[in-house]
Design a protein around this ligand. Structure first.
Ligand SMILES: Nc1nc2c(ncn2[C@@H]2O[C@H](COP(=O)(O)OP(=O)(O)O)[C@@H](O)[C@H]2O)c(=O)[nH]1
Ligand SMILES: [Mg+2]
Length: 266
């Protein structure tokens, strides 16, 4: 079973859109909305749509994720935001890949499908990744290390032994995966429009903290094995800034809605 964990804080509209897409999936699943004391109708809406509700009074997305895992029954766990940004239809394919790889991450920087114009494509998919690579992501082997859409076995999560309470958790996860020489599968997903306001309290302090941490752990980060997949249906995997050490390995997923082909194996 796949336990789908959605941390929420005031996502009354986004959660409806996200859950309606999740409810369409033909998958052995349970859906857990881990709510951090929303003051709007998030909980009522999620309940109406059949999700299990877990209330986490402590602040922070990282805490909510850990609490979600503790309350889950599935052998596999999935994380995504309750804000419509990540497409749930990729979850079955991600679960298939999680049987063969330690962690499966969905990257919005590998796919221009969600782009609304050529300017958007240029800014979001060419300039933005280039700047990130130069100033931050260069240390990371995955293209979108802070992606919130991930699938793994619960025992992999337990091995990671994560400590972060907040948005730092994804960065910590990258380092802990690398320390354990885990194999990460990365798939391209379209970038969807966010419904409602972002809760990421971005500050230069956080940015410096992440960069410092990445630098301190650079030797580990370099060891992370990433297997990158391409979506056969859309041929999407567009980012060119990544290294060219690409070798093809075709994988066809029989049980998934999506056919994916690995095109990168370091
Ligand atoms: N339970 C809980 N959820 C949170 C908290 N902060 C953010 N979230 C949720 O975590 C997810 C990711 O946050 P989001 O604002 O989308 O960050 P962004 O994707 O980086 O812009 C969303 O579904 C938020 O509602 C929190 O303190 N507690
Ligand atoms: Mg989000």
């Amino acid at each position: 079973m796949l336990s789908i964990i959605l941390p929420t804080l005031n996502e009354e509209e986004g959660i409806v859109e996200t859950l309606s897409q999740i409810n369409e999936l033909d998958l052995d699943k349970e859906v857990l909305v881990v709510d951090g004391l929303s003051t709007d109708n998030t909980v009522e809406n999620a309940k109406k749509m059949g999700a299990k509700i877990v209330i986490e009074k402590r602040k922070g997305k990282g805490v909510a994720m850990a609490t979600g895992v503790q309350s889950s029954q599935g052998e596999f766990i999935a994380f995504l935001d309750g804000d419509g940004t990540y497409p749930p239809k990729y979850l079955p394919a991600m679960q298939e890949l999680a049987k063969k790889h330690d962690v499966v991450v969905a990257s919005r920087l590998l796919n221009t499908e969600g782009a609304t114009s050529s300017l958007h494509t240029f800014l979001h998919y060419h300039l933005f990744p280039l700047l990130l690579k130069k100033f931050y992501y260069g240390k990371f082997e995955t293209t979108e290390p802070i992606t919130g859409m991930r699938v793994m076995r619960k025992n992999v999560w337990n091995k990671l032994n994560l400590k972060s309470n907040n948005f730092f958790i994804e960065t910590e996860m990258e380092v802990e995966m690398a320390k354990r020489r885990m194999i990460v599968a990365e798939i391209p997903i379209p970038c969807m429009k966010r419904i409602g306001q972002s809760k990421w309290d971005f500050s230069w302090k956080t940015w410096i903290q992440i960069t410092k941490y990445a630098r301190e752990n650079e030797t580990y980060l370099k060891k992370l094995n990433v297997v990158r997949y391409r979506n056969i249906e859309t041929s999407r995997c567009v980012i060119s800034y990544k290294s060219s050490k690409t070798s093809a390995k075709a994988v066809k997923l029989q049980d998934a809605n999506l056919n994916l082909t690995a095109n990168h194996h370091p």
